[in-house]
Design a protein around this ligand. Structure first.
Ligand SMILES: Cc1cc2nc3c(=O)[nH]c(=O)nc-3n(C[C@H](O)[C@H](O)[C@H](O)COP(=O)(O)OP(=O)(O)OC[C@H]3O[C@@H](n4cnc5c(N)ncnc54)[C@H](O)[C@@H]3O)c2cc1C
Length: 481
């Protein structure tokens, strides 16, 4: 018990979980040639807890336990705590080469959303609140890695989960049986990042529910990844550095992959059930999760955006165009993109609001920050691809560079800025290609919720300011109501 070391984390994954990857059943995810890169990404969090340089940021002393716990599992008290949390994710993502380690953060977002939901139920929520706080203690003591299974496969998006027109009732996770000792769940969650190599996952509703007929879908639980009836199908990992690219010291990039999780009549004991039928508060749960998780998304996007600025500046320099006015303008555009994201994310923490006694980042600012980075991402990528030029896709490969018959031609003709070697220019093209590939575009757009979800929240949260602004101009126009 206590904080987990990176090695303990890796060893603990060999627990009989059922994981399928590229058509095979995986014996031990920590040893799979691809998935081990994802395991290393998570391990960054565990390394930080051990490293004297990052300990203060990564850990908080817990008076009750008399020991250090992960900062993620500590309940924030104010804006300063939210800001530290933001700084922790930024630093962890920097150490993860631009990928958020994910060991505790997404699970903590779900846990806090569940606690807020339980509190919002008043007396009826007391039992859930006790259970979630007991579960929080368990996580604080064991330091386990928990992710969040929110997104259901959903079926037809226009239809309610229980609508008889759905092809079957299992598109959204649902309770199929209530027993003395717990409940039984059936359904599937999709795109769940890190699920194949976490210890446990939360499953919470992914949408508001509109009536008692959907009450079996109002369920929030914590489930071990090796629970009976859980099967995962993992999407391909795209972090392998090919033999055509210049070597960078490791053949695998730190990255994540995502799972389709099948709940095949999974039994969950009562002490791990945090919502069971209260359809009225499914919206509270998903809303608060989305809010905190979007702030998490903004945090890890800051170092990712610094990388975008870095590759833009570097490739412009290596191409010998950094002095051109239009290039300076484009670099300025990326600086504005990054600094807007940073300022909004920090401001969202300091200008926090209280939800059922727990400070949460400002809803409007958080949603604008998330919307800003996703909505403008393609524009930023377009700038980078523009600055890089056609060699981004037509450059000869590392294998051509190594071939004595072609090496000299490549070295002579593909240099640009005389102060930068051809090799470094080609290395940078490899990196630009890796960092602006399609995978990242999709996660930017849809991770933490599609752009429409942010716009909806912004409009909903802005009711007061909209009414105030309208009243202001009505007063100015002498309109009396
Ligand atoms: C790489 C990646 C990692 C992710 N990680 C996680 C994770 O760890 N945990 C997790 O829970 N989720 C995760 N997600 C899921 C993410 O939150 C969802 O992808 C996002 O909410 C969109 O849901 P969807 O993919 O089902 O798309 P859809 O909901 O099918 O959306 C597709 C389009 O349909 C529109 N649409 C959807 N429903 C309606 C409707 N009723 N009426 C009109 N238009 C509609 C949307 O606005 C969007 O334009 C991840 C996603 C990605 C891409």
């Amino acid at each position: 018990m206590g904080l987990m070391t990176p090695e303990e984390y890796k060893t603990s994954l060999n627990d009989g979980r059922i994981v399928y990857y590229k058509g095979r059943k995986i014996e031990n995810v920590a040893e799979d040639p691809d998935l081990k890169a994802c395991v290393e990404t998570v391990a960054v969090d565990y390394h930080m807890s051990e490293d004297p340089q990052y300990k203060d940021l990564a850990l908080v002393y817990d008076e009750e336990l008399g020991e250090n716990i992960s900062r993620y599992y500590y309940v924030p008290k104010n804006g300063e705590d939210l800001l530290k949390h933001l700084d922790l994710i930024i630093k962890a993502t920097e150490l993860g080469d631009g990928y958020i380690p994910l060991a505790h953060d997404i699970g903590a977002d779900a846990m806090n959303a569940i606690a807020i939901t339980a509190r919002s139920l008043g007396d009826a929520g007391k039992v859930y609140l006790e259970r979630i706080e007991k579960y929080r203690k368990y996580l604080q003591k064991t330091d386990k890695c928990v992710v969040a299974g929110v997104t259901d496969v959903k079926g037809d998006r226009h239809l309610r989960p229980s609508d008889p027109k759905q092809a079957h009732p299992d598109f959204n996770l649902r309770i199929v049986e209530k027993r003395k000792d717990g409940i039984v769940l059936r359904g599937a969650k999709v795109h769940i990042t890190g699920a194949a190599y976490c210890h446990e996952f939360f499953a919470i509703p992914c949408r508001a529910l509109s009536g008692p007929e959907d009450s079996d879908y109002a369920v929030a639980v914590a489930v071990p990844a090796n629970a009976k009836g859980i099967r995962q199908i993992v999407r391909p990992f795209h972090g392998r550095i090919s033999v055509d690219e210049f070597p960078v010291g490791s053949e695998l990039r730190r990255m994540h992959t995502d799972s389709l999780i099948i709940f095949d009549d999974v039994f969950v004991p009562w002490d791990r059930v945090f919502l069971c039928g209260e359809w009225q508060v499914a919206a509270t749960c998903v809303y608060n999760f989305a809010l905190m998780h979007r702030r998490t998304g903004c945090a890890y996007r800051i170092p990712m955006s610094e990388q975008l600025l870095g590759i833009a500046v570097a490739i412009a320099d290596y191409n010998g165009i950094s002095g051109a006015p239009h290039v300076k303008e484009k670099i300025t555009e990326i600086v504005i993109y990054l600094e807007t994201l940073t300022a909004l994310s920090r401001s969202a923490c300091l200008d926090y609001v209280m939800h059922a006694g727990i400070p949460v980042p400002n809803p409007i600012t958080t949603n604008i920050a998330k919307y800003h980075f996703a909505h403008n991402y393609h524009k930023i990528v377009e700038i980078i691809q523009d600055l890089a030029g056609g060699l981004l896709v037509t450059a000869p490969t590392y294998r051509d560079w190594q071939n004595p018959e072609t090496h000299a031609d490549i070295e002579k003709y593909l240099q640009a800025n005389p102060e930068v070697s051809t090799e470094n220019r080609l290395r940078m093209f490899d990196l630009v290609r890796r960092l602006t590939a399609g995978d990242l575009e999709t996660i930017c757009l849809h991770g933490e919720g599609s752009p429409f979800a942010e716009r909806m929240t912004i409009l909903m949260e802005a009711k007061k300011i909209i009414a105030k602004s309208k009243k202001l101009v009505e007063d100015m126009a002498g309109i009396k109501k």
